[in-house]
Design a protein around this ligand. Structure first.
Ligand code: SAM
Length: 243
């Protein structure tokens, strides 16, 4: 796992042709309708074939295996954490590793908008360690400061505005708690992913500012491998802390 502590104040200017292709490819769905309608669309999208395909796409993109590189003691270390949340758990890709890495007495909770994704996770993650709930990221059914660690992988891009989701995640995270945020980046690869999954993308500055506005501090950025860092692949992966 590659890490980087700092983020330059300004990001390098992009080639205008690349930028134009990115803009053309990126999904605009989240901007064309009110959030409630977009959210229903996303729920159906993941309930249906797209959600089924996440198992295959995870293998093809390597994300299924790469998730294990992120959730381990040398990267996002959950040892010692007693209440862990998988926000937007999907088919349980991260739950599986949380069950493996977390302390035996840690409580692991997971939620998703899509009931079918929750069922897929239930089937994938053996045993009864994970407590599931159907919920929207912008309205969480958990008490303030309940969790000491949160993993939120590839969900924030399904919010037209990240603030309501980040505000809720910050609310349920205890002071001193940590969170691993993973989201689609505004790169060419990100734009392709955006068109496939009908989501938006983020640039790092924008996401950092949104986190800071919610009281979260960027602790360090992570990359799956050196190749991901070099070729701007793999999206934004950042560990944030609530002071
Ligand atoms: C790309 S999948 C990622 C799933 C999982 N975190 C992973 O990394 O494999 C996105 C998931 O976010 C869920 N989702 C999208 N918008 C959501 C929202 N507003 N609240 C809760 N879950 C949401 C979808 O149902 C889907 O399961």
């Amino acid at each position: 796992m590659e890490t980087q502590q700092t983020l330059p104040e300004t990001q390098p200017k992009k080639n205008p042709i690349t930028l134009a292709i990115q803009r053309a490819l990126e999904s605009k769905k989240h901007r064309k309708q009110p959030y409630s309608e977009y959210r229903s669309f996303i729920q159906h999208h993941y309930d249906g074939l797209a959600g089924k395909l996440t198992a295959v796409s995870g293998i093809l993109t390597g994300h299924t295996w790469l998730a294990g590189r992120v959730l381990r003691p040398t990267a996002f270390d959950v040892r010692g954490c007693k209440r862990i949340l998988d926000a937007g758990c999907g088919n349980g890709r991260h739950c599986k590793y949380l069950v493996r890495e977390a302390d035996a007495d840690a409580v692991i909770a997971a939620f998703d908008l899509s009931q079918r994704m929750l069922n897929r996770s239930r089937r994938r993650v053996k045993g009864d360690r994970v407590r599931y709930a159907a919920a929207d990221l912008t309205r969480l059914p958990y008490a303030d400061g309940f969790f000491d660690a949160i993993v939120c992988g590839w969900v924030l891009e399904h919010l037209p505005d990240p603030t309501p989701g980040l505000t809720e995640l910050t609310r349920v995270l205890q002071p001193g708690g940590k969170m691993l945020l993973m989201t689609t980046e505004d790169t060419l690869a990100g734009a392709m992913s955006s068109s496939m999954w009908h989501c938006r993308t983020y640039n790092r500055q924008e996401l950092r500012q949104a986190c800071e506005a919610c009281g979260l501090v960027w602790h360090r950025q992570l990359y799956f491998t050196n190749l991901h860092r070099m070729f701007k692949l793999g999206g934004i992966i950042v560990e944030v802390h609530k002071p």
